[in-house]
Ligand binder design. Structure first.
Ligand SMILES: C[S@@+](CC[C@H](N)C(=O)[O-])C[C@H]1O[C@@H](n2cnc3c(N)ncnc32)[C@H](O)[C@@H]1O
Ligand code: SF4
Length: 373
């Protein structure tokens, strides 16, 4: 089993909080960039011998792709790889791009999972975040996708915004669960370096929500979504009836994947590879002397740290077998584990260690306490 991630590095506007790799000024070279993506897809076909079970268009804003560009990318993938007939093929879409014509094309091309970035149901949040759509566009885009036959829809929300009161967050959760969708990703706002939000916070133009408020909204979300039948299978991801994201679940469980496009990451079990986060250098250099990516062999320490960082965030937890394969716990680490178990922060199952609900709120802190330096 393997997956392909494609990073589409274009956005219409710069959201104030976002530090993902993208450009808002790409008109002059988009043709060259799409050609470079296809070149990389072709060049890397020998890296994957097994069937492709998942393809994920992420970004940036993949819904900005013209129909012909999307078709070209998918045709190039199908020509060069053995794509399973039942593969999950996901595309991240921003509400302002969702229209009947694009939805029909996506469906015809085999896109069978849409991830729509609603973020909030409040108009003033859209302005604050500098989103390129109205809050009301979010719901409309989901309804239209449903009318055109998309059954597997997930939406993204953000909580922990400075101006988001607890009651408003509850309202957003009520609204999102009334949309008849099977999956929700909800991210707590983080202030990332080099973003407009970071600049505002640094210059005291913005006061962010405090940790207690963010934790309160996190707990409210877990309880509320549970009562609506959504299972939290990863810290930020909730699914009804086990309709997990196959692509992300595979990634969290250490399955091999290749990442195509500027800034995309790849993983083959032992090595991590990342492409350059610069569109121009990327499209000019793909195929030239390996100069568009960096490869790092993961040391045993790094594999161990990665195992705890990603594993503890999921309902599958950290596998006992993988812990054994990496020479097991030291005495100090094992004592730490026992403390977490007796404090009911970690639960031991037959095959793994998983976080309890109270552990989830401290997921990153608990994971990093097991890190080997
Ligand atoms: C990078 S975007 C790509 C998809 C699409 N362009 C969109 O905006 O929905 C993926 C998700 O990451 C979220 N995200 C990006 N930066 C974030 C931050 N600093 N804090 C919380 N969520 C963030 C976005 O809001 C979005 O839901
Ligand atoms: S949140 Fe999405 S649309 Fe906004 S800048 Fe980031 S990638 Fe682009």
């Amino acid at each position: 089993m393997a997956g392909i991630y494609l990073h589409i590095p274009f956005c219409k506007q710069r959201c104030t909080y976002c530090d993902f790799h993208f450009s808002t000024n790409f008109g002059s070279y988009r043709k060259e960039l799409i050609a470079a993506l296809c070149r990389e897809i072709h060049l890397r076909k020998t890296e994957i011998q097994t069937e492709i079970q998942t393809i994920y268009f992420g970004g940036g804003t993949p819904s900005l792709l013209e129909n012909e560009e999307l078709s070209l990318i998918l045709t190039t993938i199908r020509k060069n790889y053995n794509v399973s007939k039942t593969a999950e093929i996901s595309l991240e879409a921003n509400p302002e791009d969702v229209c009947e014509e694009k939805l029909t094309h996506w469906k015809n091309e085999g896109i069978n999972r849409l991830s729509i970035g609603l973020q909030s149901f409040k108009e003033s949040d859209m302005k604050w975040m500098n989103r390129a759509h109205l809050a009301s566009d979010g719901e409309k885009s989901v309804r239209l996708a449903q009318e055109l036959g998309f059954e597997n829809i997930t939406v993204d929300l953000i909580y922990g915004l400075p101006q988001l009161a607890k009651d408003e967050w509850r309202k957003h959760l009520e609204l999102v669960t009334s949309l008849d969708i099977s999956h929700i990703s909800a991210y707590c706002l983080t202030v990332e370096p080099k973003t407009a939000l970071h600049h505002q916070v640094k210059h005291n133009q913005m006061v962010t929500a405090d940790e207690d408020t963010q934790n309160e909204q996190f707990e409210l979300m877990i309880d509320f979504l549970n009562t609506k039948g959504f299972e939290q299978y990863e810290i930020s991801n909730f699914a009804k009836n086990e309709q997990y994201s196959k692509h992300n679940s595979a990634y969290w469980q250490g399955v091999n994947y290749i990442g195509i496009g500027p800034s995309a990451h790849s993983f083959n079990g032992k090595q991590r590879r990342w492409n350059i986060s610069n569109n121009t250098v990327y499209y000019k250099n793909v195929g030239v002397n390996n100069s568009w990516f960096t490869i790092e062999n993961l040391s045993e320490k790094e594999q161990w740290n990665e195992l705890f960082l990603t594993g503890l965030r999921t309902k599958w937890g950290v596998s006992k077998k993988t812990i054994e394969d990496l020479n097991s716990f030291s005495k100090a680490e094992f004592n730490l584990l026992l403390d977490y178990i007796s404090d009911n922060l970690i639960i031991e199952t037959e095959t793994s260690y998983v976080l309890s609900n109270s552990g989830k709120i401290r997921a990153d802190g608990i994971a990093s306490s097991f890190f080997r330096i």
